[in-house]
Design a protein around this ligand. Structure first.
Ligand SMILES: *Cc1c(COP(=O)(O)O)cnc(C)c1O
Length: 432
């Protein structure tokens, strides 16, 4: 996933710009995604917003549709066959998720509504139980708001303090600074695996190793990894990483909205109090005392997102069928190609030029507000994101209020990036 640095030399190689690398497609899966095959105002759709949400393959849409039509029923409660079948599919997906990330057991897989809820669960349950005044929570400077705000809320409740790992001008975490932050007071470290705003791939395995040597008495701080941007772009192995918690969303991995995952090491989950109370998470309820289920059910109050869980299961089957290694290789090619064609656009500044990057290109265009870039590109059938990407501290670090962001998925090809570069050149000329 090499990405050449944004040097003056690379830019001054003549008006023709640096020569484009040849993009060698490894995948041809656009046909599986109905939305990508329709036209908008007579134009083909160039979907470059997969970091916000991915499109859905027919296999996922049909799995959910078929379930609604043929076998819909509740889970865990009904004694009738419809419910038993739904429960088997519902619990079967838990096994698929565990296998996808190499968890030791499906008991370590909690269904949530998304990455945001997964992180809130840890902050409220683990944080409120184990944090006390003066304890430290370490975040990186380039987190999504979902991995900042829950910690701020729990810090306010407990008196814990938030410290941040700075990044350099390429958007790479400065590990030397991280090492200085770690100490006896460190209780929680929470970092993303891939930054949604910059694309930086963070060295989470090393971050975790170091955190496990810190904490009170050197007994280790726990680490939560926000995997929203990594889960559908690379192979994730929570046991190899030794992550304590790993969070992600179904809708960013070709599955439906409304379903997410929190992975947690069983012993840690078992030490945690419930996050929400209600049906399904209890052993026995009396007005005198209520006892709770073991994980994962302790953390799943109420009727769950049954159909979405089955949709997630179909998305995992699809991911496996396509192959995460192939997806990673295809996207590395897209990143290299896209970086080159964007460098060729006059006045374009790439924000986020780390050596290790996922398939995300964040940029500004001289004299044009990112929102105008987004609106004008839409006229060409190109869908990108413009704004602060729920990462205002990241924008502050780079001295910009917002960026435009093109983010790729396995269904993109060179034509999407050629259209983007062409559109950006047109917009640049309009504003000059
Ligand atoms: C999208 C995203 C989130 C939030 O995910 P939701 O699905 O909105 O809960 C958190 N962190 C990162 C890095 C993201 O990209």
């Amino acid at each position: 996933m090499a990405n050449p640095t944004d040097t003056a030399a690379a830019r001054s190689s003549g008006t023709a710009g640096p020569s484009k690398p040849v993009f060698k497609p490894i995948l041809d899966i656009k046909k599986d995604f109905p939305v990508l095959n329709r036209e908008f105002g007579g134009l083909p759709l160039h979907y470059l917003d997969s970091a916000a949400t991915t499109q859905k393959p027919l296999a996922v849409i049909e799995a959910m549709d078929t379930f609604y039509r043929e076998s819909y029923g509740t889970v865990r409660r009904g004694v009738y066959r419809l419910s038993e079948k739904a429960t088997a599919g519902f619990e079967g997906t838990r096994k698929k998720v565990a296998a996808l990330i190499n968890a030791a057991s499906e008991k370590e897989i909690i269904y949530t509504s998304g990455t945001t809820q997964s992180i809130n669960l840890v902050a409220y349950s683990y944080g409120r139980k184990f944090l006390k005044a003066g304890d430290e929570i370490i975040l990186s400077q380039i987190e999504h708001h979902a991995n900042i705000v829950p910690w701020q809320i729990v810090a306010e409740m407990t008196g814990a303090v938030i410290r941040t790992i700075p990044v350099d001008d390429t958007g790479t975490l400065i590990l030397e600074e991280y090492k200085k932050l770690l100490g006896e007071k460190t209780r929680i470290v929470a970092v993303n695996h891939i930054s949604n705003a910059l694309g930086t791939i963070n060295p989470v395995k090393e971050i975790i190793r170091l955190a496990h040597l810190a904490g009170p008495g050197g007994k280790g701080a726990v680490v939560l990894v926000d995997g929203a941007q990594s889960i559908s772009h690379m192979t994730v192995d929570v046991r190899d990483l030794d992550a304590d918690f790993y969070a992600f969303s179904g809708h960013k991995m070709f599955g439906p909205t409304g379903i997410g995952i929190l992975y947690g090491k069983f012993a840690i989950l078992d030490s945690m109090p419930p996050y929400q109370g209600g049906g399904d998470m209890i052993m026995k309820v009396t007005f005198a005392k209520t006892t709770y289920q073991a994980p994962p059910h302790r953390f799943e109050a109420g009727t769950p997102a049954i159909v979405e869980v089955l949709g997630l299961g179909a998305a995992i089957d699809y991911l496996k069928q396509v192959g995460l290694d192939k997806i990673a290789a295809h996207e590395a090619g897209l990143l290299e190609y896209g970086t080159a064609v964007l460098r060729d656009v006059p006045g374009l500044r790439l924000i986020g030029t780390a050596a290790e990057k996922g398939s995300i290109l964040s940029f500004t265009l001289e004299g044009v507000h990112p929102h105008d870039i987004g609106t004008l590109l839409d006229e060409d059938g190109i869908a990108i994101r413009a704004g602060h990407h729920c990462a205002q501290p990241t924008m502050d670090r780079f001295g910009v209020p917002a960026t435009a962001r093109a983010s790729m998925g396995p269904y993109n090809d060179a034509s999407d990036l050629d259209a983007l570069a062409k559109g950006l050149k047109r917009i640049g000329e309009m504003f000059r």
